[in-house]
Design a protein around this ligand. Structure first.
Ligand SMILES: Nc1ncnc2c1ncn2[C@@H]1O[C@H](COP(=O)(O)OP(=O)(O)OP(=O)(O)O)[C@@H](O)[C@H]1O
Ligand SMILES: [Mg+2]
Length: 316
């Protein structure tokens, strides 16, 4: 639990865009600022909140929450597959091996929801996968399914693609693809089991992979609230039975709020009041604690100077 005053103070500790020098080539993702030099990629996870592929606001402590979840999950899954992380010098920063990105995202689904549901309801397949007939929205699938998509560069939208398309694209070798599938399913199984022990459902999630000197590794982030859907187990059956949506731990409620304000990625972004930003922050922190079973240690103060100090040794 975070105290009211610490939470409020978070509004004065926001990490938005960084412009660090001496760390190599800079690339700004939607949420992470990357600095690349030689074999290393420094990933600064900001507090930016992205919805519909657009940055809509900043949320106090969000970067620390995501970086913390990913760090913990990477350390818990090294026996399944190697990951890119080599150092955690700051609550918002990860130093990773700079991999050659496999330009496809592995989306694993244990339940039918979101875009897969919308396609299914229209009688369309997702990524060439035909789901069983007669599914209801939010229903559990007989077994987890991979629905890959392209990894869009330059802020474009990701597109669902079939395995056939991926293999014929020549962008990933068959042996690597097989390793990716196996790893994605094993990671998902572990993520689901861990969530289940905490009364949560890992609904679906996205993994990114890269090659470092020819070796496959999982990169970016895993099992966070930005790349996964989580629902509350205890109310799931009852709510589904009543024809309601499950209780959601991920950022779906924010997405829904934006839609209710008439925003779906185009035009002016609706105003997020500080009160709402703090509510979302509290939600991220609660979710962190629920997901990891640990209390969250919010680090306050100017994050820019702190990060610069903690990255001194990389500024050669
Ligand atoms: N270890 C790694 N090696 C190479 N690339 C990585 C590694 N870890 C993360 N990346 C890439 O760094 C970027 C991280 O930024 P971020 O997560 O904000 O981007 P994104 O919003 O997911 O995607 P985009 O790059 O399209 O904005 C992503 O492009 C991701 O693919
Ligand atoms: Mg990302």
């Amino acid at each position: 639990m975070i105290s009211e005053s610490t939470l409020k103070e978070g509004l004065n500790s926001i990490l938005n865009v960084t412009q660090l020098s001496g760390l190599g080539e800079r690339y700004q993702g939607k949420v992470r600022d990357c600095y690349m030099k030689g074999d290393e990629r420094i990933l600064v996870t900001s507090d930016r909140l992205s919805c519909f592929d657009k940055n809509v606001t900043t949320i106090p402590f969000k970067g620390q929450v995501l970086n913390g979840i990913t760090a913990k999950w990477f350390s818990m899954t090294r026996d399944i597959i190697e990951n890119a992380v080599i150092d955690l010098p700051d609550p918002n920063v990860m130093v990773a091996r700079n991999c050659d990105l496999v330009p496809f995202e592995m989306i694993v689904r244990g339940y039918i929801a979101g875009s897969a549901w919308r396609s299914y309801a229209k009688g369309e397949m997702t990524s060439g996968v035909a789901f069983p007939e007669g599914l209801k929205e939010f229903q559990k699938l007989p077994a987890p399914v991979i629905t890959p998509s392209t990894k869009a560069t330059d802020g474009g939208h990701d597109l669902s693609v079939s395995e056939e398309y991926i293999l014929s694209s020549g962008k990933v070798e068959k042996v690597i693809w097989e390793q990716m599938k196996e790893a994605a399913l094993a990671l998902f199984e572990r993520g689901s089991k861990f969530a289940e022990e905490r009364g949560l459902i890992l609904v679906d999630t996205k993994y990114e992979f890269g090659l470092f000197k020819g070796k496959l590794m999982v990169i970016d982030e895993i099992h966070t609230l930005d790349c996964s859907r989580y629902w509350i187990q205890s109310s799931y059956s009852e709510r589904i039975g009543r024809g309601e949506a499950p209780e959601m731990l991920d950022k779906e409620p924010v997405r829904r709020w934006l839609i209710s304000q008439g925003y779906m990625g185009e035009g002016p972004v609706p105003h997020f009041t500080d009160e709402y930003r703090l509510e979302i922050s509290q939600h991220y922190i609660r979710s962190y604690e629920l997901l990891l079973g640990e209390s969250f240690n919010a680090v306050l103060g100017d994050p820019y100077s702190r990060i610069e100090m903690n990255l001194q040794k990389y500024m050669r």
